[in-house]
Design a protein around this ligand. Structure first.
Ligand code: LIP
Length: 265
C-alpha cells in the first residue's frame, strides 16, 4: 500500500466529494439531450456546484490558501505562498454531450511552483495523483511515461481549436506535420486527462495551444513526476502564462518540439 501525504489526501477527498454530485448530474444529461432547452444551463450549474464543493472542502482543510478557479477566478488567501488551481469539470463539452471523458482537476502551487496534482475521472474511478518528489500514481499504481522512442510507434493526444477560438490555420499545419509521422492522433476533449494519459504511458505525447492554467496545472505535475517533460512551444516553462503546452516522454519531447516548430514556420 502506498503512503500518501496529508495534502494529497485532502485533495483526493475533495475530488471524491465533488464527484458524487457530478456523477448524479451526468446521469441526468441523457434526458436533457432530447429536451428543447438542452442541457447547457444544467451543465453550467453542475460546474458551479462542483467548484463550490471543492472550494469549501479545500478551505476547511487549509483555510489560508488562495484559489484560481475556472468559474470563480482568482481569490487571494492570507497565505500568499499557496494557491489551489481548480477545474471542476475538465471536458465540459464531453459532459454536455453525454460523452464520459471528463474529470476534476486540482493542483497546488507553492511559492509559484506547481507542487501537487490530482485528476479524478469519476466514471472510471481513476484517481491520478502526484506530488513533487514523491512520484505519480493511478489509484495504487506507480506511473511511468511510455518508453517509445520512434514517432512512428506513437499515439499523440491534442486539442483542436473550435468555433470562437483562434489558431485554426496554425493548428492544421501542426496536425499535418504530426499525423504524417505517427501511429495515431487522438482528440479526447480533456486536457487534464490527456496529460494524465501521457503520465500513464497510454499516450506518448500531447500538445495544445490556447489552453487555460486550470486545464493543465495538475497534469503538469503528473507528467513530470512520471518522468516526462512538459514545456511551452519554445521549450520554456511558461505554459500557465502563454497557454502553450507540449508534454512527452524524454525521447520524444525534443522531436515533438522540432516538428511543431517547423510546421508553424
Ligand atoms: C477543455 C480542455 C480541452 C480543450 C478545450 C477546453 P474545459 O477544457 O480540456 O482539452 O481542447 O478547449 O479548454 O472547457 O472542458 O474545462
Amino acid at each position: 500500500m502506498i503512503v500518501r501525504s496529508a495534502l494529497l489526501n485532502v485533495m483526493m477527498g475533495a475530488a471524491r466529494k465533488a464527484a458524487r454530485n457530478l456523477v448524479r448530474d451526468y446521469g441526468e444529461i441523457e434526458q436533457l439531450q432530447v429536451s428543447k432547452k438542452g442541457p447547457a444551463d444544467f451543465v453550467s450549474s453542475a460546474d458551479t456546484k462542483a467548484e463550490k464543493t471543492l472550494r469549501a472542502e479545500l478551505k476547511k482543510a487549509r483555510p489560508g490558501f488562495g484559489f484560481l478557479l475556472e468559474e470563480g477566478g482568482e481569490i487571494a488567501g492570507d497565505d500568499k505562498s499557496h494557491r489551489w488551481i481548480i477545474d471542476p469539470i475538465d471536458g465540459t463539452t464531453n459532459f454536455l454531450h453525454g460523452i464520459p471523458n471528463f474529470c476534476i482537476s486540482i493542483a497546488l502551487e507553492r511559492d509559484g511552483e506547481l507542487h501537487a496534482g490530482v485528476i479524478y475521472q469519476p466514471l472510471g474511478d481513476e484517481m491520478f495523483h502526484a506530488e513533487k518528489g514523491a512520484g505519480a500514481f493511478l489509484n495504487e499504481h506507480r506511473l511511468r511515461v511510455s518508453a517509445r522512442r520512434k514517432l512512428e510507434d506513437c499515439v499523440i493526444a491534442t486539442g483542436i481549436p473550435f468555433l470562437g477560438r483562434p489558431g485554426h490555420e496554425v493548428f492544421l499545419k501542426e496536425l499535418g506535420a504530426v499525423m504524417a509521422q505517427v501511429a495515431g492522433v487522438r482528440r479526447f476533449g480533456s486536457a487534464a486527462l490527456d496529460l494524465a494519459y501521457v503520465a500513464a504511458g497510454r499516450c506518448d505525447a500531447y500538445w495544445e495551444t490556447g489552453i487555460k492554467p486550470w486545464d493543465i496545472a495538475a497534469g503538469i505535475v503528473l507528467v513530470k513526476e512520471a518522468g516526462g517533460y512538459v514545456t511551452d512551444f519554445k521549450g520554456g516553462s511558461k505554459m500557465l502564462d502563454n497557454g502553450e503546452i507540449v508534454a512527452a516522454n524524454d525521447h520524444l519531447h525534443q522531436p515533438m518540439l522540432k516538428l511543431l516548430k517547423s510546421a508553424r514556420g
